[in-house]
Structure formats: C-alpha cells, structure tokens
Ligand binder design. Structure first.
Ligand code: FES
Length: 114
C-alpha cells in the first residue's frame, strides 16, 4: 500500500531556492527538501552521503551562496541540483537520496509506502 502526501504548492518554492519538509513515518520524523532549479523541481532526503548528517544548519538553507548547487553545511560538499551527485567535497560521485515527486495543478506531492 502507498499513500499520497500533499507537500506544498510550487509557488511556495521560488526559483533557485529550497524548502524543507518534515514528514512523519512510523513515529519517526524524516526531513526532505525540494529545490526549484530553473523551474524544475527536485526532491531529496536531508541526508548527506558523507556521514549521514543533515545537510542544512538553518531552516530552508540547502544551497551555496550563489544558489547554484546544493551544499552540505558540515564539510561543504557541493551537489548538482538535477542529479543529486556530489561534484566537490569528501563524497565526490556519491549521491543524495532522491525522492520522487508529482506535480499536478501546481501542487507537489509524494507517494510514500505505508
Ligand atoms: S557531512 Fe556532508 S560533506 Fe561531510
């Protein structure tokens, strides 16, 4: 069984920004974030492949200062927005864990297994 979770409206995430969302599953909280890169939306778990630490140190801050790449706040690794692949830092060529999203009528949702 799966369940569809409505996450937000695309207007909630302006171009070249990210937004984090806390999801609850089996009494544990998991954070995902969604990035709007050039009007394309990508979602990842908030989990750095280097150590498993959360990527951000402030709410909704997941990008480098130029808003070009996703950046881990712990050791500065840079990740491509589109693929989630690390292109600089201690986990080069490892990838963020992607989350599949659907966009219908401007609303972003994910499908989560029960
Ligand atoms: S924990 Fe993310 S780069 Fe080290």
């Amino acid at each position: 069984m799966t369940k569809k979770l409505n996450i937000c409206n695309i207007r909630d995430i302006p171009e070249n920004t990210c937004k984090g969302f806390a999801l609850e599953k089996n009494n544990t909280e998991q954070t995902i974030f969604i990035i709007n890169k050039e009007h394309q939306f990508y979602a990842y778990k908030n989990f750095c492949p280097h150590t498993g630490a959360p990527l951000n140190w402030q709410d909704d801050v997941y990008m480098d200062l130029d808003n070009n790449h996703i950046q881990c706040s712990v050791h500065g690794a840079l990740f491509e927005a589109k693929s989630g692949r690390c292109i600089w830092g201690p986990c080069v060529n490892q990838s963020l864990l992607s989350v599949t999203i659907e966009i219908n009528n401007g609303k972003i949702s994910i499908t989560q297994p029960d």
